[in-house]
Structure formats: C-alpha cells, structure tokens
Write a protein that binds this ligand. Structure first.
Ligand code: SF4
Length: 306
C-alpha cells in the first residue's frame, strides 16, 4: 500500500494547505484531511495541551489527534523564519517537538516540513526534503513544487483581488485584523464574519493582502515588530484603515504576539472605532454577538445613521 499523508486543518494549514495538497497530488501521494474544527476537536486538543497554550495550538493538537491511525504520516510543519527580523511565533517552531511528545505512545509516524530561512533552509528546500523523505526523486519533487507554487500564487492573487474589491462596495466596512487560522476557523473567526454580515456590515480581512508589500508597509505602524504574520496584518491595516468604518482585532486566547501588536494598533490608529475581541474555548457566540452588535451600533451612532 502506498503512503498517505494526513494534513491537520489547523494553524499553518490555512496558509499552506493548497500548496501542500497540490504538491502531494502532483507526486501521486494521497492526502487525508482532519476536517473542519468541531467542538469535539477543540475539546480533545485542549485536553492534550498544557493550559497555557493558545487556543489555536490546542485546536491544532485536536486536528492531529483526529488523524492518528488514519494515515501513514501526519504532516507537522516547523516554520521558524522568513529572513532577518522576519520571525514566526515560537509555537510554530516548537510544534513538531510538542506533537512528538504528546503522541509518543500512539505509534504514529510524522512528516516534517521545515522552513527556516535564517538557517539557509528556504521554501524550495523544505519541499525538496518533503518529497525525498517520501521516496520521490529530487527532479520529481522540484517539478511538483513548481506546479504547486504556480497554483498557489494564482489562487492567492484571486483571493486578494476579491478582498480588495470589497472596499469599493457601498455600506459599512469593518476591517478584521486576525491570523488566517483564526479568521478562517469555523469554530473561531467564521461566526464573527457571519454575525457582521447578518448585521448588514461588510467584513474585510486585513491578512488577505500582498504579503511582501504588507511586510514593508507594516513599518508605518511599527518598525520593530518581528513576527511575520503580525507584520502582514499590520501592513494590511496600514494600507486600508482609512477606507473603513471600523476595525475588529480578533485574537485567540492567550496570544502573546497579538497582545503586544493589538496595543500598538490601538495606540497608532485613533480615528476609527476599534473593537478588541479575544476568543477562548468558553466564549460562545452569544457574548461575541452582543459585543459586535454594540460595536456596529456605535459606528451607526458616530456616522449619524442609527
Ligand atoms: S501567534 Fe498567537 S495564536 Fe498564533 S500560534 Fe502564536 S500564540 Fe498562538
């Protein structure tokens, strides 16, 4: 039987999912996904994790657990840096070690994707290592990566264009500053988007942006922040905060990088109403709904449309 690779649908899956799936597909390797986040996945991950871990990390462990025994390997990425002063949160560095330790008695094999530009291991290197670890030739792995990257670029460009088009629409626009794995998770951020739409607002994602340009532009709000994904969000905010009616800062509890970056945003952007919303395992959508309703009312009141 040929190898199958399990893809946990948490954390970096929301950034690299299409790239990984297309890469494995090009190599003729079957993938198995853990499925959308459910309460069961979240509770299972929380039970496997130390209390201090952020909700996103707990959810990720729940997704790994959902795949154990269903595939030959489970892909657990380690992404550390994209270059000088372009770091990832330490949870992304530690995750392969955490997973190995938590699931050490379950007889599951894990596959690593290791991206650390500061250690001269860039994305093409990471994919080459991934392909050869699965027994593919270097030539086949390079070809599969080139095809997957082309598809990822094409799709991401489309998504950014669709998001940019929302700024031209009539209506109350709310910019959401959140990590992709928070805003896209059906248990975390998706309900926030749905509630805002239900209230007649147009939610727009700050993270869906030209990433390289956003990293450069992030210096307008903070020249010192080093976390890559926070810089992308800051860059998205810097480019668009003056085109929206309100901003929602959406974080998973307890996120160290967001707690610092959100303070900077609150300090730097003064002219637009900002709601700071932290999601934890207990916060049902009822509390979130009430806060979003009040926020939308405040914007209406400010704009004289209540
Ligand atoms: S940035 Fe925040 S939410 Fe993301 S992994 Fe780190 S602590 Fe968790």
């Amino acid at each position: 039987m040929s190898a199958t690779v399990g893809l946990p649908q948490g954390m970096l899956y929301h950034r690299y999912g299409l790239l990984w799936r297309t890469f494995f597909q090009e190599l003729g390797i079957e993938t198995v996904r853990s499925g959308q986040t459910t309460k069961e996945i979240m509770d299972r991950g929380a039970a496997l994790c130390v209390d201090e871990a952020c909700l996103s990390a707990k959810i990720f462990l729940g997704h790994v657990d959902a795949l154990v025994g269903r595939c030959t390997y489970i892909l657990v990425p380690r992404v550390s840096s994209f270059g000088h002063k372009r770091m990832m949160c330490t949870r992304f560095e530690a995750m392969p070690d955490i997973v190995r330790n938590v699931f050490r008695d379950r007889g599951q094999q894990f596959l690593h994707y290791d991206l650390d530009v500061n250690q001269h291991h860039d994305e093409p290197d990471a994919f080459l290592a991934l392909g050869t670890a699965l027994g593919c030739t270097k030539k086949a792995a390079k070809k599969a990566y080139a095809a997957a990257k082309k598809e990822e670029r094409r799709r991401y460009k489309e998504r950014v264009a669709a998001e940019e088009a929302l700024y031209k629409k009539e209506g109350m626009k709310i910019l959401i500053a959140a990590h992709s794995y928070v805003i896209e998770d059906p248990y975390l951020g998706r309900p926030v988007l749905d509630i805002l739409k239900g209230l007649g607002a147009i939610p727009i994602r700050a993270d869906l942006t030209d990433r390289e340009a956003a990293v450069k532009r992030s210096a307008e709000l903070s020249p010192t922040i080093k976390w890559e994904m926070n810089r992308e969000i800051l860059g998205g905010l810097a480019a668009h905060w003056d085109q929206v009616d309100g901003i929602v800062l959406l974080s998973a509890f307890p996120c160290g990088p967001d707690s610092m970056v959100n303070e900077i945003i609150l300090h730097q952007i003064r002219d637009v109403p900002i709601l700071n919303l932290t999601l934890d395992a207990q916060s049902g959508t009822a509390g979130v709904e009430t806060r979003l309703e009040s926020f939308v009312d405040i914007i209406h009141f400010k704009e004289g449309t209540l």
